[in-house]
Ligand binder design. Structure first.
Ligand code: C5P
Length: 262
């Protein structure tokens, strides 16, 4: 962990952009249990090629010259362990790292991460620990779009599957289809999602969602009536959710090692 802040170029002021001369932070919610991945340690602490997923995710953010601070939101009772873990792994660049305890839902964890930001942070990227392999170009593109004046930016990809809307049923009962959205109009959304800090904080103050809370920060900003734009995502920014995703992640890392000695 390092103490030197990175410098950034100035950006336009106003509600549709972060203020001048502020820094960019990445908040990484990493407090999920990851039950869909099967039994074991919290998802963010599972290893990919011998390195915890969270360390890959922190490195992915720290690799971007735009990011000068990473706030890791740890499992509620695991902040000390996560601090030790990050202390044991080298990080690229000169990025500061803060670790704070998370909450019961992803939305709550992000809110706690935002509360830990220093005053001079004007742009916030929110990145799932569960997307450990996002390329630096995607991180840079999201940060640049916010710096250029967009209050909320999401990386996303077109879908290869057709999507059906259904009436959910419990158990194995067949679910009635209620609609088929036009595939060409749909995008699968990834992280990091980038925000003007004030906009994201306002969304977390005003938009309260029941149950598991918001799974997507941009969706909360949309509810404020603030425009959200999409930039191209990347297939390597996929979310590690199920056991097969671990196989894919290992394959991506093996390919990177083979092609660029990464
Ligand atoms: O469960 P899901 O895959 O949607 O989680 C997305 C991200 O949110 C993961 O990085 C997970 O660690 C994080 N999360 C969190 N706090 C929770 C639940 C999920 O930080 N209570």
């Amino acid at each position: 962990m390092n103490a030197q802040p990175k410098s950034e170029t100035p950006r336009p002021a106003g509600h549709s952009g972060a203020p001048h001369n502020t820094r960019t932070a990445a908040v990484i919610p990493a407090a999920g249990r990851g039950v869909r991945l099967g039994p074991g340690a919290p998802k963010a602490l599972r290893a990919l090629s011998g390195t915890p997923m969270l360390v890959h995710a922190v490195r992915a953010m720290a690799r971007s010259r735009a990011v000068s601070l990473v706030v890791v939101v740890a499992p509620p009772d695991g902040a000390a362990d996560v601090r030790n873990l990050l202390g044991d792994h080298a990080l690229p660049g000169t990025t500061d790292v803060l670790v704070v305890p998370g909450g019961e839902t992803r939305q709550e964890s992000v809110r706690l991460g935002l509360a830990a930001l220093p005053d001079d942070i004007g742009i916030v990227l929110v990145h799932d620990a569960a997307r450990p392999l996002v390329p630096v170009d995607t991180v840079d593109a999201v940060a640049a779009a916010v710096r250029d004046g967009a209050p909320a930016v999401v990386p996303a990809l077109p879908l290869s599957d057709t999507v059906k809307q259904v009436q959910p049923r419990s158990g194995s009962e067949p679910e009635p289809v209620t609609g088929t959205p036009e595939r060409a109009l749909l995008r699968a959304v990834q992280t990091p999602q980038g925000f003007d800090r004030a906009t994201l904080v306002e969304a977390h103050e005003k938009v309260a969602l029941e149950g598991e809370g918001a799974t997507d920060d941009a969706g909360m900003v949309e509810r404020l009536g603030v425009p959200v734009v999409v930039v191209p995502g990347h297939e390597e920014a996929f979310k590690v959710t199920r056991p097969l995703d671990l196989v894919l992640a290992e394959a991506v890392l093996a390919r990177r090692r083979a092609t660029d000695g990464f």
